[in-house]
Design a protein around this ligand. Structure first.
Ligand SMILES: [Zn+2]
Length: 222
């Protein structure tokens, strides 16, 4: 099973990819990890990757696709893989079709205002670094200070509502053609990505006709 996960920043895609890796028994492969691994391997391909990255250039599609091809030949990927953050463009998606038979593309859908609320709720203590979330794990102090050390709360510039809206717009602009591409292939499954992560995992598994790795693939849930 070759599965692609799509989801805007802040939808919990990374968390889902990790859980799915265990549930489906196939590795999560992300471009960043694959490029770092190729570089570290010292292979001929690794040297090509290193030369481009060390020069501060963007790695070309040709090299990325070679890296993906090499990664999929590893024994742990014999039964499939979960792609996270790849492909990013229709050109990459078309090339990927020659490397791996993509069986499912799952888009984690969350309304923009929900993502903004989720991300802009993130704060941390400026003194001790303890993370807080005004929605899910607020400080227990009534004055809003850190309940571990009394420090002031700070928010990352990336996490302000306006910064999140800008990131989401860039994501939507880049991903819309990819979503249309996989819709046209009949591979796209839209999953409601709002709620308890364990419930979202169940929805993802149901959308691809699987409940867990211990179940035969032919058995449909329900
Ligand atoms: Zn603190």
């Amino acid at each position: 099973m070759y599965l692609i996960l799509l989801g805007a920043p802040g939808v919990g895609k990374g968390t889902q990819a990790k859980v799915l890796e265990a549930a489906l028994g196939i590795p999560q492969v992300s471009t960043g990890d694959m490029l770092r691994a190729a570089k570290a391997s010292g292979s001929e391909l690794g040297h090509r990757v290193a030369a481009v990255m060390d020069a501060g250039h963007l790695v070309s599609d040709d090299i990325i696709l070679d890296v993906v091809r090499a990664r999929l030949q590893a024994p742990d990927a014999a039964k499939g893989a979960i792609f996270d953050g790849f492909p990013r463009t229709v050109a990459q998606a078309e090339a990927l079709e020659n490397i791996a038979p993509i069986s499912h593309v799952v888009a984690l859908d969350v309304a923009e205002d929900e993502i903004v609320a989720r991300i802009s709720a993130r704060y941390s203590c400026g003194a001790c670094g303890k993370p807080f979330n005004t929605l899910s794990s607020p400080t227990t102090r009534a004055d809003g200070r850190c309940d571990a050390c009394g420090g002031d709360m700070v928010q990352r510039a990336d996490d302000t509502a306006s910064a999140v809206v800008t990131r989401l717009k860039a994501y939507a602009d880049n991903t819309a053609p990819l979503v249309s591409f996989y819709e046209g292939r009949g591979l796209l499954r839209r999953v409601d990505g709002w709620g308890d992560p364990a419930v979202i995992t169940e929805r993802v598994l149901a959308s691809i006709g699987r409940e867990s790795r211990s179940e035969p693939a032919a058995v449909k849930p329900g």
